[in-house]
Design a protein. Structure first.
Length: 260
């Protein structure tokens, strides 16, 4: 598996599938590239898809040091550099959407089109999940079930017994999970959002309470020219359960930018 070298020497594993214009797909907190496995083919049929294992996950290095969403964005740039790519479309979901914000803010020349999925500008200005959800997630005996119910509708879960790809990288060291949580919780891109110049689409599930759906309009109002599409009935993993709506919406947006 190819690996890029980050500015601090950490090795960042990445994966490439498909041909065409490059699209980087960024996973959620404490997850590796397999987050995208159920729907990656939707994009790889048209685009050269690039995923990576966040530091602390998968086959990437796992330094026990402070992680930040801006630092994760720098790791993505290291992957682009290793591939010899000056520019790529970026589609980030959940924490990956937070990282995508920093890519567009700090590295605007590297970002073509930007898609922000089920994400927020950060706790300081965004809409946060309830304390009841935080308490439920803090119980190790219930974490996976609570996460699944936040990700998917009951009907979908009843019809799809797994395996699931959004419950985190089971091989992560405990310290790395903690570092990811702190990085995501400390994210605050509010001041930089108005400076984003990339064409932007904001996607969100209308019934998402993990990253409340109100964040979608907040981001769209903060980023110049951004469009927002809220998928009715979808929860946090809208991109998977509602792929018949979400993937075409994302592909239509990317295609329009390629033709512009």
């Amino acid at each position: 598996m190819p690996q890029a070298t980050a500015s601090d020497g950490t090795r960042i594993a990445y994966q490439v599938r498909g041909e065409g214009q490059p699209v980087v797909l960024l996973a959620g907190q404490s997850n590796n590239h397999t987050w995208w496995d159920p729907i990656r083919a939707d994009f790889a049929a048209t685009y050269r898809t690039i995923t990576l294992d966040w530091r602390g996950t998968g086959d990437s290095g796992k330094p026990d040091e402070v992680y930040t969403t801006a630092g994760f964005a720098d790791d993505v740039v290291a992957v682009l550099d290793d591939l010899g790519l000056d520019r790529a479309h970026i589609y980030g979901t959940s924490m990956g959407g937070r990282v995508a914000q920093w890519l567009a803010i700090n590295h605007p020349e590297r970002v073509g089109a930007l898609i922000l999925g089920c994400t927020s500008p950060g706790a300081a200005h965004g809409h946060e999940r309830s304390q009841a959800i935080r308490r439920a997630l803090a119980d190790p005996a219930k974490t996976d079930r609570v996460l699944l119910e936040l990700m998917y509708t009951p009907d979908w879960l009843a019809r799809n017994p797994g395996p699931y790809h959004v419950l985190g990288d089971a091989s992560m060291p405990a310290y790395a999970k903690g570092r990811h949580l702190v990085a995501s919780n400390r994210h605050d891109a509010w001041d930089g959002l108005p400076g984003i110049t990339a064409p932007t689409l904001v996607l969100h599930g209308g019934d998402d309470i993990f990253s409340p759906a109100a964040n979608a309009q907040l981001l769209a109002e903060r980023i110049p020219g951004a469009r927002v599409e809220v998928i009715a009935g979808a929860r946090h993993a809208y991109f998977h359960e509602f792929r018949s709506v979400a993937s075409p919406a994302a592909l239509a947006f990317l295609g329009a930018q390629d033709r512009a």
